[in-house]
Design a protein around this ligand. Structure first.
Ligand code: UD1
Length: 416
């Protein structure tokens, strides 16, 4: 079992570069199978989820090479249309391969996707849209079997701006015949990045980031190279780490343009943040102030940084409120934070937090990727030692959280 040990109360100071975005890289890897040739992705994070997606692509017959942070996917041949159960269940993004495989091969077998245990996470919107595009999708013993003689571009509308459903539809629509107009599309920067990458390879997609995306299908894709943007959620995690531990830091390639609501909230809680191009300079003196935060789809406050916010509110001063509107199960971290002395009352979708000014080190368990990272940041601002267990969740999305925080001056180490 992997464990991270953190000694609190070491003010941070240093400069680090933020890794490439997990949520941008994974759909881009799925997109690579739409092209019967080579796709090169740069600034790819070396994380478990990327390795898992590489495993899936290789099992299908693609050749993947990850050298440093450059990933080359050669998808000339796709022999197998079945996602291995273990990989498919380990990672939610495997569902993205349903649209891509239907587009490329006209058939796919995909297990109900796994990933973090943060709520029920249904995939009804993905399936409904692909059916509207002409696919036949049946469920057989927990496996989705999809077939499509030829996907057709159609007008589509999502009842909620699901990131995954938007990306799945885009992948299917690029290979479809005719034009797909998607209303109610997710506006997350990772969706925009996926569209830019596909356009750079010859696709014809417009409107990404506006809520209405138009995809003219059927373009022949060509070899291409694309750089994955910095991970705004990892940047937000380290911003929270500096706020929890106190001190100063420079986060390079941190996508501050995509962290508007987060920077605004952090500023209101006492952090002094200066944005300089793609870099963020942070200075935090004293304990964080109270805040009122509601998570929501982009450009709202990201649900992926909700647990970090819960940490800051718990060690801050005064009463805070946090409403989770995206994933109901994301309050699992509250139970662990209580072991560190936090006072959090959960009422439905809302958490009421009574800031204690400080937390104390304890043995806590990571239940999901972002919640686990949040517990590490909590340790930075807690008195004594914090032991975070089940850190395999964290390694799904953070290249090396210990290396990064150590470079910022933290007293942190990994066991196991
Ligand atoms: C993606 C991100 C995840 C982030 C989330 C919201 C990746 C790999 N993951 O997840 O880090 O937290 O966006 O920003 O990019 N829903 C349905 N039916 C569906 C699809 C979704 O009801 O068919 C619901 C979900 O249960 C959830 C909400 O819609 O309540 C948002 O989910 P969605 O945007 O699809 O998240 P993911 O794509 O899974």
């Amino acid at each position: 079992m992997s464990v991270i040990l953190v000694q609190g109360y070491h003010p941070l100071k240093g400069e680090i570069e933020i890794q490439g975005s997990k949520n941008a890289a994974l759909p881009m890897m799925a997109a690579a199978i739409l092209h019967k040739g080579t796709t090169v992705l740069k600034h790819v994070p070396r994380i478990q989820d990327v390795l898992c997606m590489m495993g899936i692509l290789e099992s299908m017959g693609c050749a993947c090479v990850l050298e440093g942070h450059t990933l080359t996917v050669d998808a000339k041949t796709v022999r197998d249309i079945q996602i291995p159960e273990e990989n498919g269940k380990a990672m939610r993004s495997s569902i993205m391969l349903l649209g891509a495989l239907l587009g490329r091969c006209g058939e796919a077998y995909v297990h109900y996707p796994g990933g973090c245990s943060i709520g029920s996470r249904p995939i009804d919107m993905h399936i409904r849209a692909l059916r509207q595009m002409g696919a036949r999708i049946r469920e057989e013993d927990g496996i989705l079997h999809g077939t499509a003689v030829k996907l057709k571009g159609v007008p589509l509308s999502l009842p909620y701006p699901s990131v995954g459903a938007t990306e799945n539809i885009i992948l299917a629509a690029v290979a479809a015949e005719g034009t797909t107009t998607l209303k109610g599309a997710a506006m997350e920067p990772e969706v925009e990045a996926l569209c830019r990458m596909l356009n750079a390879m010859g696709a014809n997609i417009s409107g990404a980031g506006t809520g209405i995306i138009e995809i003219r299908g059927g373009s022949l894709l060509h070899d291409g190279e694309y750089t994955v943007p910095g991970d705004r959620i990892v940047a937000g995690t380290y911003l929270s780490a500096v706020m929890a531990g106190g001190g100063s830091a420079v986060l390079k390639k941190s996508s501050p343009d995509h962290l508007g609501r987060v920077i605004e909230t952090a500023g209101a809680m006492g952090a002094r943040i200066k944005v300089d191009g793609g870099d963020m300079k942070i200075l935090m003196e004293g304990r964080p102030g109270a805040a009122c935060v509601v998570t929501g789809p982009y450009p709202g406050f990201p649900t992926d940084l909700q647990s970090m916010m819960l940490v800051l509110m718990s060690m801050g001063q005064g009463q805070s409120r946090l409403k989770e509107t995206v994933f109901e199960g994301r309050f699992a971290t509250a139970k662990e934070l209580r072991k560190m002395g936090a006072e959090i009352i959960i009422e439905g979708k809302e958490a009421l937090v009574n800031g204690k000014g400080r937390l104390k080190g304890a043995c806590v368990e990571a239940h999901d990727l972002r919640g686990g990272a949040a517990l590490v940041t909590a340790g930075l601002g807690a008195e004594g030692e914090t032991r975070v267990t089940c850190c395999h969740h964290i390694f799904r999305g953070y290249e090396d959280i210990c290396r990064d925080l150590k470079n910022l001056g933290a007293d942190i180490r990994r066991e196991g």
